[in-house]
Ligand binder design. Structure first.
Ligand code: FBP
Length: 303
């Protein structure tokens, strides 16, 4: 496989990584319809853990089958498929080598009141299953944020030594943040920056709104305002990720109309984000509709 100049440039940003980690990043970046462009669309399916099986899969019952998601990601020509241990294990032989996988190694669930996640997979699981990366969520601002960051530090050290890439879901939440604050621009950029500082290769955040939440940051944003435009907000988050030297993808969120999702993708593209990581908006639609939507998203990123 001939790496494109764009992918070579991206790999050069990760100056400390060993050839194994770079090869795994290249696998993800060269895969699927966006292979070689530096843009990505990834399918994450850990919602069964996070929200429960019925809330996740009842809208499209075929999605109860773990094989469905591997096949969807493959048929849509996506860059990678991310899921917790059991989901990856359930298709590991059938889909070995078919598409890069990201083992989600911690998970939350809706039967808890604490903003925390349990470690539910390991680096050796990821290696055994042929995954390209581990995925880990932190909740900046939660009462458990420092424990989560310390768990991530250990797993990141181990993953990098084993030649894996690290994908960090950085989702601010906790007692000092209300719903508006969780996706406020300053908080989102801060959360993305911390993921970069923790050594993430790929950073995943929710698309930011125009709100500014942290009192201590308000003066700075008044003096250096970010234009009220979705693409400019994405560009601000990208800047917070080492001035664009880290890959940043944005999540899809709850089920919404195709136009809204494609509008977000256009803003991510225009703002220099590297792509989308879209779960419910893909697998909760009937397969044909999902394939059409994912194909339209790929087209946005190809432009
Ligand atoms: P969606 O596209 O379905 O939002 O998936 C992205 C994701 O990060 C999943 O990986 C995760 O299960 C879910 O969102 C968590 O969402 P939340 O923390 O908001 O409940």
């Amino acid at each position: 496989m001939q790496l494109t100049a764009k992918v070579k440039e991206i790999l050069s940003w990760y100056e400390s990584d060993n050839p194994g980690t770079k090869a795994n990043l290249a696998r993800i970046l060269m895969e699927g319809k966006l292979g070689g462009t530096g843009r990505m669309v990834i399918l994450p399916v850990d919602q069964g853990f996070e929200h429960g099986p019925a809330r996740s899969f009842a809208p499209n019952p075929a999605a109860y089958d773990p094989h469905y998601h591997f096949q969807l990601a493959l048929d849509a020509g996506l860059n990678a498929y991310a899921a917790p241990l059991g989901m990856i294990e359930a298709g590991a032989a059938t889909f070995a080598g078919a598409i890069p996988t990201i083992l989600k190694v911690n998970s939350s669930n809706s039967l808890s009141t604490t903003k925390d996640q349990a470690v539910t997979g390991s680096v050796s699981d990821a290696l055994r299953l042929g995954c390209s990366a581990i995925g880990f969520t932190i909740y900046p601002s939660s009462e458990y944020q420092f424990d989560m960051m310390e768990e991530l530090r250990e797993l990141t050290e181990e993953a990098k030594a084993a030649g894996l890439a690290v994908v960090v879901w950085s989702y601010p939440r906790g007692p000092m943040l209300d719903k508006t604050a969780e996706t406020a621009l300053d908080i989102c950029a801060y959360a993305a920056h911390m993921a970069a500082l923790l050594g993430a290769h790929i950073i995943k955040v929710k698309p930011p709104t125009g709100a500014i939440s942290l009192d201590a940051a308000k003066k700075t944003y008044e003096n250096s305002p970010v234009e009220d435009d979705a693409a400019k907000r994405i560009a601000h988050v990208v800047k917070a990720c080492f001035n664009g030297r880290r890959l940043v993808v944005f999540s899809g969120g709850e089920a919404k109309g195709a136009d809204a999702l494609l509008g977000e993708a256009r803003a991510i593209h225009a703002g220099g984000g590297n792509g989308s990581i879209v779960g419910r908006n893909a697998f909760q639609r009937p397969r044909d509709e999902a394939l059409k939507l994912l194909s339209d998203m790929v087209d946005v990123y190809k432009a």
